[in-house]
Design a protein around this ligand. Structure first.
Ligand code: NAI
Length: 696
């Protein structure tokens, strides 16, 4: 099928953009537009040209399928298309509905007139991929909407409804009714009135005070976007639109575009963009796998996780029934949900009306007999196999046939849990992250017998509740927590050897982690890990003990909730303050172990913690626990505060170079007192380092 269909309506040529789903400007559509414009030029009977998309999109910009391939820049590239459109001697009118974004907006800006539906979404979102609009967007948009509006749109990348821009020169008319008819009527008017062509490139930005405004913008942007170079480049390009002739501005935009494309930050953002879409595809579950309807959800346990999990569904308009053992627990859980919503209302993020609508979707019960009709039940009770067994045995008795039975367990064996039921094909792990109503990650734990339709259903559901679903096989800790153990191992080892909690946290936070491991431990609570360790020591008496961490817990230092942990906290405050008592404990433990503390560099801290993550990530890939390296990166980006500008641990390893990573691991293994087994590089890493291959 043609991606650009040409029709003649009287003396107007209409070019219908038709490249579903969002009229991505791939090579074929680019060729089609040029062919249409040229045909209209040659046809003496044609006096105006209309470019129109679908209800869903005029054009959403670049074609994702061409991302990173030579096709994306192959001639005719978008610059050429826009030049031909703008140079047309016959008027070209863009008729805009739905998404008009990125290259789509740049194309519209190359037209001589633009009409739009008020709810059309207008954006230049390139900055979100670490680049800037590279087909004239930074030069043309400020010429029609002014410096302030253009800069806000280009630096934020956020969409704006066309109605909000109706008083600017971006639009010649707003259309409520049939867009195609309105476009023809508008074209007639242009012809009849013999309107002069408005070429945006010939306009000038006439804003007294523009220079001072741009200087102010530069300072503000520089202060708020420290890890990313793109926003500042956007300001520079817009400054050129203001201060230089059009062609010079275009050159400056192009240079910045090419430069940004090659930055590690842009690579990281594009990797995450593609990675998020890739994670939604499960290799052996075809995209047309039938899914089950999820119209009613039950949540078992209204504790820390249960309440947050329930909120996700309420937010999406899906009714939830919450089950607890005791009325008090139920009341407490519901009060917490209401309080969370009330906080959003206070912050102006939610209306009181919406709050009540959401709460009205929530019911509660103490009886399993009342949840059987739910399409999905998610268990979030205590992390104890005995309790899980009780719950799943009961669920198996009461849930209707075809219901999906999910567990939010963070460590337990999903195959065993599925085995408590007579319908293991319906059982799956849905591992939410705390706070469950906020964190974007949802690890979908695939047990041996989990049905493909169940996987397809929960993957789709993840999207409905605005989560990034990533499939993990069954293993201790699944993808995220299994790797985290290795990261924490190194944080503790560095502590033993001479670094302080403050230095380790600071080094990793400076590198970009949202929170260092010790501050994070204090926030989550140190008692949970202590309980796990005590169980492990009992089962495995020979294992190495975490002496310092254990001693803190023995003193009741469980983190923020007890006012002290690795740090101390003043009442009602969350600032982590260094504590002399902790320093003493660390010193004593080192002395007992006969360790002479040494000075450790920030670089060593970051590399040891990161490469520990990478090594375990590689093993997870070897075992098939994760389907792709980018899935692991998505887990870390959306669930563990990994810095977006680094693109996840596996991409980071590639940025450093896998041979360098392996070589560093060998060096760490050779250090005095090092745990040699820990630093044995995963065999796949060694293979890739030797052959020059990469994860992708
Ligand atoms: P929690 O202790 O805050 O809440 C558990 C709730 O379950 C309690 O309110 C309890 O009354 C209720 N409960 C216990 N047995 C029950 C039963 N038989 N029937 C009905 N209700 C019952 O625990 P939390 O932190 O919410 O953890 C729940 C699950 O989520 C655990 O499996 C945990 O590993 C997992 N998880 C926890 C995370 C966290 O950060 N807290 C993160 C991800 C998963």
């Amino acid at each position: 099928m043609d991606t650009a269909q040409y029709e003649i309506k009287g003396d107007v040529a209409v070019i219908n953009l038709n490249n579903p789903p969002i009229n991505g400007l791939g090579l074929s559509l680019r060729r089609g537009i040029i062919a249409g414009v040229e045909r209209a030029q040659e046809d003496a009977a044609v006096r105006a040209i209309v470019l129109i998309g679908t209800d869903r999109a005029f054009s959403g910009g670049a074609d994702i399928k061409e991302f990173g391939t030579p096709k994306s820049s192959q001639e005719p590239n978008l610059l050429t298309v826009i030049r031909i459109v703008e140079s047309s001697s016959k008027p070209v009118i863009a008729a805009i509905s739905g998404a008009c974004m990125g290259g789509g907006l740049e194309l519209a800006l190359g037209c001589h007139f633009r009409i739009a539906r008020p709810d059309a979404q207008i954006a230049l979102p390139e900055v979100k991929l670490g680049i800037l609009p590279g087909a004239g967007g930074t030069q043309r948009l400020p010429r029609v909407v002014g410096l302030d509006t253009a800069l806000n749109m280009i630096v934020s990348g956020n969409p704006v409804a066309a109605a909000k821009l109706k008083d600017t020169a971006l639009f010649d008319d707003m259309v409520e009714g049939n867009l195609a008819e309105a476009a023809l009527a508008f074209a007639r008017k242009v012809i009849d009135e013999n309107r002069p062509l408005k070429r945006v490139r010939d306009m000038r930005i006439n804003e007294p005070g523009g220079e001072a405004y741009l200087a102010f913008a530069r300072n503000t942007v520089a202060a708020t976007t420290k890890h990313f170079p793109a926003p500042l480049k956007c300001v520079e390009a817009v400054t050129a639109a203001f201060a230089k002739p059009f062609d010079e501005g275009m050159k400056i935009e192009r240079e910045a575009f090419v430069w940004l494309m090659n930055t590690p930050e842009s690579r990281a953002l594009r990797h995450a963009f593609i990675g998020e879409r890739a994670a939604a595809k499960i290799p052996d579950v075809p995209s047309d796998t039938p899914t089950r309807k999820i119209e009613r959800v039950a949540v078992i346990g209204a504790g820390t996780m249960g309440g947050g999990i329930a909120m996700n569904f309420l937010n999406a308009g899906i009714p939830v029934v919450l089950l607890e053992m005791k009325q008090e627990a139920l009341d407490r859980g519901i009060a917490t949900i209401r309080k969370n919503y009330e906080n959003s209302v206070k912050k102006g993020k939610l209306s009181s009306e919406k709050l009540e609508q959401r709460m009205a979707l929530l019911t509660s019960t103490l009886s399993y007999d009342e949840i059987g009709s739910a399409d999905l039940v998610i268990e979030a009770v205590f992390e104890d196999m005995g309790v899980k067994e009780q719950v799943f045995t009961r669920l198996d008795q009461v849930m209707k046939p075809g219901a999906i039975l999910a567990s939010n367990t963070s460590t337990l064996d999903m195959n065993r849990i599925a085995g408590f039921t007579k319908r293991p094909q319906d059982v799956v792990g849905l591992h939410f992250f705390s706070p469950a109503n906020v964190m974007r990650l949802l690890e979908i734990v695939r047990a041996e017998q989990t049905g493909k339709d169940v996987l397809a259903t929960v993957m789709q559901l993840a999207k409905t509740i605005k989560k990034v679903g990533v499939v993990s096989g069954v293993c201790d800790g699944f993808i995220g927590n299994r790797m985290l153990k290795f990261y924490r191992n190194q944080a503790n080892a560095l502590l033993d050897e001479g670094a302080s909690p403050q230095q380790i946290d600071r080094a990793l936070e400076k590198w970009g982690m949202a929170m260092g491991p010790f501050r994070m431990g204090d926030l989550a609570g140190l008692d949970i890990g202590w309980a796990v360790r005590k169980r492990q020591y009992a089962e495995n008496p020979g294992m190495k003990r975490s002496v310092i961490a254990d001693r803190l817990c023995e003193l009741g230092r469980f983190g923020q909730k007890t006012g002290k942990g690795w740090y101390r906290y003043e009442a009602g405050k969350r600032d982590a303050l260094p504590d002399a008592e902790v320093d003493e404990i660390i010193k004593a433990a080192r002395a007992e172990a006969g360790v002479t503390p040494r000075k450790i560099s920030d670089e060593e801290i970051v590399e040891r913690c990161m490469f520990a993550l990478v090594n375990e990530g590689a093993r997870i890939l070897e075992e098939g626990i994760a389907a792709r390296a980018s899935d692991i990166d998505m887990v870390y980006l959306t669930g563990y505060g990994f810095p977006a500008h680094r693109g996840g641990p596996m991409l980071y390893a590639e940025t450093v170079g896998l041979p360098n990573v392996v070589e560093k691991m060998r060096r760490f293994a050779a250090m005095p007192g090092a745990d040699k087994a820990f630093w044995t590089p995963a065999s796949s890493l060694v293979c890739m380092a030797n052959s020059g291959e990469s994860f992708s």
